[in-house]
Design a protein around this ligand. Sequence first.
Ligand SMILES: [Zn+2]
Length: 164
Amino acid sequence: MEKRSCYKCQKNKTNGKGRNIYFRYQDMQIRIFKVGGLCVSCAKTEWIENFEKNAQEFVNIFKGKPKVDWRRYHESFAMKHFDNMEERFYDLLLDIRILSHQAEGNWEIVADGPIGLNPRAYMSYLFFTSKQDVIEFACLEYSNTMYGWEIRHIDKVISKKDII
Ligand SMILES: [Zn+2]
């Protein structure tokens, strides 16, 4: 495939294919999807800028393990409420594996109905990877609701295509 210059730096070459890339940031293993026209170096830089702008103040990283300060996020979000702030934040939490697209093995808050109360980002419904996070999040977001809810751990998911 023909190589072209990266649209951002105009310097490094890229083959125009989107793919997952991996790198370390503050000792965390990050996996992100790199769009085709961008070189690896610019994709990393862009992610780090995005993280530092939208998530860093709410995430404490100790020995490569991220810990979200949900209370701080909740209070800050209630005050500022920028456009898309929540979605950008949750999307970054996917990259550091606090949240996941995968249901299996992860956690969900479910209201009577049942209605899923987990975070969403860019049309995706997301799951918590840790029990501690899902409990903290549920207490902050849903402690004053009139309806009941519960937290579930999803043990096994069998998709339609696995069966049919
Ligand atoms: Zn570049």
